[in-house]
Design a protein around this ligand. Sequence first.
Ligand SMILES: Cc1cc2nc3c(=O)[nH]c(=O)nc-3n(C[C@H](O)[C@H](O)[C@H](O)COP(=O)(O)OP(=O)(O)OC[C@H]3O[C@@H](n4cnc5c(N)ncnc54)[C@H](O)[C@@H]3O)c2cc1C
Length: 416
Amino acid sequence: MPAARKALVIGSGIAGPATAMALRKAGIDAAVFEARPAEATSEGAFLTVASNGVDALRVLGAEKVLAPAFTTPYLVLRSGTGKHLGRTRTGIELPDGATSQTITRSELYRGMQEAAAARSIEVEYGHRLVSVEETASGIRARFGNGREVEGDVLIGCDGTHSTVRELIDPRAPRPAYSGLVGTGGYVREVPVDSEPGHYEMIFGKRAFFGYVLAPDRSVWWFANIPRTDEPSRVARGDGAGAADTAGTGADDDGPDGVRRQLIDLFAGDVGPAVALIEATARPLPLSPIHTLAHLPSWHRGRSVVVGDAAHAPSPSSGQGASLSIEDALVLAQCLRDLPDHQQAFEEFVARRRARVEQIIRWAARINSNKAAGPLAAAIRDRMLPPMLRLTANNKAATRQFAYHVDWNAPAEQRAG
Ligand SMILES: Cc1cc2nc3c(=O)[nH]c(=O)nc-3n(C[C@H](O)[C@H](O)[C@H](O)COP(=O)(O)OP(=O)(O)OC[C@H]3O[C@@H](n4cnc5c(N)ncnc54)[C@H](O)[C@@H]3O)c2cc1C
């Protein structure tokens, strides 16, 4: 008998549909509730699903969601002066040669929802969770629209600014502002000197610029800009990202203002940044990047958090989405095999915490390189090439990408 018969899954980004599908695979019913309205209006940013994420999707039987993605096996690092700092793999090759994949966020969200729908899992949109109440035999969720639903357990897949996390522990740490804001865009007909599928990463003098040539010759780019003051978050509600994609509120943070700021920031750097920015009709709104490095309580009573709600690495890790899918599988396994939800949640945390926190620490080091001052930048440019060589031969780095969930292995609670 599984530890629960019906789960209420809050949030339908990546972790939400993945968790519902994994639960269904484990014989547990799941209903998904999402705050956003159903229609997504923009493609939003793009992201990389690392080889461990591809593997986790395969275990889930949902690899098809990556059909619109393209392979991005390498990244090339350069300084703003054009110095080649190194080239490294974005992950490992799976036995059949598959490796990291890049996809727009909206396509990934849509693919996950379609894969869930194909398993008769419905997502109910326009349902923002506001409170929960434990009953004698289960848990009741209340939504902003007045609806109430009951289940045996409630799983918070509601992202970095999670409501479920706060309901579990009102004193839980808030996500920390990383000191960087992000933007990006898509451009056609600007030639760039790079191989398709190879990320080019430029540590510019004042900000960080990355781009990749897609198979259709369009260029997908992003920029990370150091900003000391944390810009305010505003709800964009376009379904293209975490619900709270942001703007700074300042007049010059509209598309034209963003473009002007970016051109100014990258004007002194070698590379195609300025040409790409000039050719982008609507750069994505500037969004503050938040991380959540350590959450003391991932669960309380019948509620638990997974994905970014439990641990939000910086986007520099390229791991947030992949870790969310891994979480989904491991939690479902624990609920499938352990006698009650309490033991299942404890075992879930025991299996996941060390891995995700190690990746978050590693990504934080990359972020500090992106925001480096002139002296730190000079040291970074000296140190990066030997560090990259070291990482390429480093077993710990390989383990990050080689993680595999053995779905058929029974989850047993560890002693102590
Ligand atoms: C700019 C940027 C670039 C990134 N690049 C990468 C990358 O290359 N590779 C990678 O692996 N990761 C990347 N990430 C991280 C990745 O996007 C996240 O790790 C991933 O989206 C986490 O999935 P999630 O389902 O936990 O949260 P989300 O995808 O944020 O989904 C949470 C969902 O919950 C909903 N929600 C929120 N509150 C409520 C509520 N109260 N009730 C109901 N629903 C609610 C939201 O509307 C949203 O749909 C990037 C992140 C950013 C910001």
